[in-house]
Write a protein of this length. Sequence first.
Lengths: 502, 180
Amino acid sequence: MLNQSFNGGIVIDSPHPVEVVEIILAPLPDKVVLPLQQRIGGEAIPCVSVGDKVLTGQVIAKTDDYFCVPIHASISGTVVIIDDQTIPHKSGLRSKCITIESDGKDQWIEHTGCGVDFLHCDQATMIKYIQASGIVGLGGAGFPAHAKLEGIQDCHTLVINGTECEPGIMCDDALMQHHPRDVIRGVEILLHICGAQRAVIAVEDDKQEALNSLLMHCHDDRISIEQIPTKYTSGAEKLLIKVLLGIEVPSGKFAIDIGVICQNVSTTKAIFDAVVENKPLVSRIVTVTGSGVKSPNNYEVRLGASFEHIVSMANPNTNHHSVRMGGMMMGVDVETTRMPICKITNCIFVNNIETKPNTQECIRCGQCNQVCPVNLLPQQLYWYAKNENTDKAMDYNLADCIECRCCDYVCPSHIPLAEYFSFAKALHRKTTEDQYRTDIARERFEFREYRLERTKQERAKMMAAKKEELKKKMANDKAQKGKIAAAMARVKKTKKVSDDVQ
Amino acid sequence: MLDSVFIFSALALGLGLVLGYAAIKFKVEGNSLVDQIDAILPQTQCGQCNYPGCRPYAEAIASGEAPINQCPPGGQEGVDELAEFLDVETLPLNAENGETQPDHVVYVDEQVCIGCTLCIQACPVDAFVGASKVMTTVIADECTGCDLCIPVCPVDCIHVLEIAPTFSTYVPNMAEIAHA
């Protein structure tokens, strides 16, 4: 066991522990709703229209954006509608979604990847398969996997994140217990792609079963499996690297800047499927838990199925519930269970409605400072965020806040600190963008004024020059006319003389 | 006694010269008042303040010629900010100058456009692309939403497009956080 760690963080027992971690295959949903908005970038553009028949795994929307992946049909059937629907996001905004009604056959599109002999496949092809299969980080962040792997120069260590990001979630645990072979093969593929010397799979010390099953299938000397203490926020990429390797990723840099690539275990398994079979990502494992369900468990479900589809399988009680996508800490509250399951939906919390304790004034107790895993000063940041003084908050490194809500958890005044931080970050981004636009407008206005002035002056100069030329010409003309007149007079005179002579 | 007087006088003179030289050589060009006022104005360049643009209005404010409440795009917040910066009483926004509109840009209905180029001449930030008798279009990123092009269009083919919040520009509401 490693004894390196980071400051702060909190130990929270799993709120709804289960005896046996299983994966239950959810039945095919009758219809799926697939949002075209992804975590990064704009909306994808549909390449099917209403009424089209689609096969499972068929691309139904794509974009040219490098940070985006295509969207695949997760069942076979008919496209029934393409419209705006609410998707699970804290803003409650609507995104364009494609709705497919199942034909119940689940007919797959043909797909062939590198096959089992994947180690003889070249890296670029593998990365192409990963992008084409729509793989994004399945731990919850949704960062596209191919973007992490492309153009890697010096990567010495590959870190595979097998820690659950939050207490209560067990989808990664279930995956490691039930699909250890795919995970290990996935790690080998990733090692081959990024050229790292070694890979470390991090598993928390309360997941003995997962560790055992991984050990059973791991025969590669380059892959080591490490147990780390179970503490909340050790699942965050930068903190996990610190725990495993003792290296700190500097502020504003990424893991790859220090030669480390980090991928989640579920993503690793999806990469295995993508490379070996070129099989698109059409399903994921979702944990359903909370005080509102009697039998919390993991379900392998098609993307785009509604939350309801699997919540109903976990024996919910008859109370009114509050539903949350993601964990108890960093999750997003959603209005109804009629939301579609997305690639980043790792967990659904269904809780009995409880009254929230009232928020009180900050008493500057400083407990938040002690638990902050990235060594920020939440109480200081709180004052700046509350007063919308985002510049000052940024000076205090607000950008490094991972919004883990450890500070909220310990706050005796129940202040939603992380929400203030998320607000301040968004506000700062907006003001920076507005400032940028304003500066452009000012510059363009000033240049236009300058241009108009310049044109005016140039015209005046040109007119003056023309006038001068005309004057000269006229003077010239006068002289010429004089000469002609003189010549005419001379001619006349000569004529007269000759007439007289005759 | 004389020695010390001499030493200190020399020292004072020497240091004085150094400081004097430094004051000239390393003079920091601070933002002039006009620049600072201009930085607060929204740069819509709409001319609703009765001046031809934001900078001329900033100059007028700086010289005390114009009151601070003539900028509708800046809204009441803008007036308050100006009042705070200039350390004067804030004023309600002057309704005669117009109303504050939500953030928007304009777009050209390209089917209707006749290529008269009047909008190109009216645009204070050169956000139009086009030429005589060809279709004209707006570079949305550079449009400030000043609406100066709308009245000059002879075929009314310029329309307003409100900027709706998207997933990447969404800002949570602080009042909701505070009262949650």
